[in-house]
Design a protein around this ligand. Structure first.
Ligand code: 5GP
Ligand code: MG
Ligand code: MG
Length: 179
């Protein structure tokens, strides 16, 4: 698995440091409130589990799965809810936890869905962001690292369901896509 990586862009230690900072900011942001923290599966599962340990206000968790790229490296533009929330979001302060924002299509769709369900507020925290690739007007409220326009894997992010368990963010060797 490690042999398939061409370059490590962000190390395990850099990620850990950043996640702590994001957790501290969110703890301040949600002081005195009780947000519902929503993990967008599957990519955000590692970020979610590390992040919530750094949040000091009481929270509740929920999970949502949406269709993304399949085995491709580009968004189809179609978003489908594969697993919906268990809880009602009406009147709640909702925090969406996402791994990476690329085109922005997935999150702009989800924010619409949540707003139609009458949330009190919705904010987005993403660990990685590729702002140069946006096709819709969508910004995270908090983001960890800005990445170049490259397809990355690790720390929850996959290529064809592999590499999610790498503890760092890396770029695959080009031959991996072509074989
Ligand atoms: P968007 O809708 O913003 O284009 O991207 C939606 C999802 O596609 C992200 O949440 C993420 O799961 C996946 N994605 C976007 N860029 C990358 C990338 O560079 N690597 C991987 N593995 N997944 C990505
Ligand atoms: Mg994602
Ligand atoms: Mg994926």
């Amino acid at each position: 698995m490690q042999n398939d990586i061409q370059e490590v862009l962000i190390t395990r230690e850099q990620i850990q440091q950043k996640v702590e900072e994001l957790g501290q900011q969110l703890s301040k942001e949600y002081e005195g409130r009780n947000p519902l923290v929503i993990c967008i599966l599957k990519g955000a599962f590692i970020f979610m589990s590390d992040l919530v340990k750094e949040i000091t206000v009481p929270i509740e968790l929920d999970f949502m799965a949406v269709s993304s790229y399949g085995a491709s490296t580009r968004s189809s533009g179609e978003v489908k809810i594969i697993k919906d929330l268990d809880s009602s979001v009406e009147g709640r302060d909702v925090l969406i936890v996402e791994d990476i924002i690329d085109s922005g299509l997935t999150l702009s769709y989800l924010v619409d869905v949540l707003e139609r369900r009458k949330v009190n507020s919705v904010k987005i925290v993403t660990l990685f962001d590729k702002p140069a690739r946006r096709t819709v007007d969508l910004q995270a409220d908090l983001s960890g690292f800005v990445l170049p326009d490259a397809f990355v894997v690790g720390y929850g992010l996959d290529y064809a369901e592999k590499y999610r368990n790498l503890p760092y963010i890396g770029v695959l060797k080009p031959e991996i896509y072509t074989t």
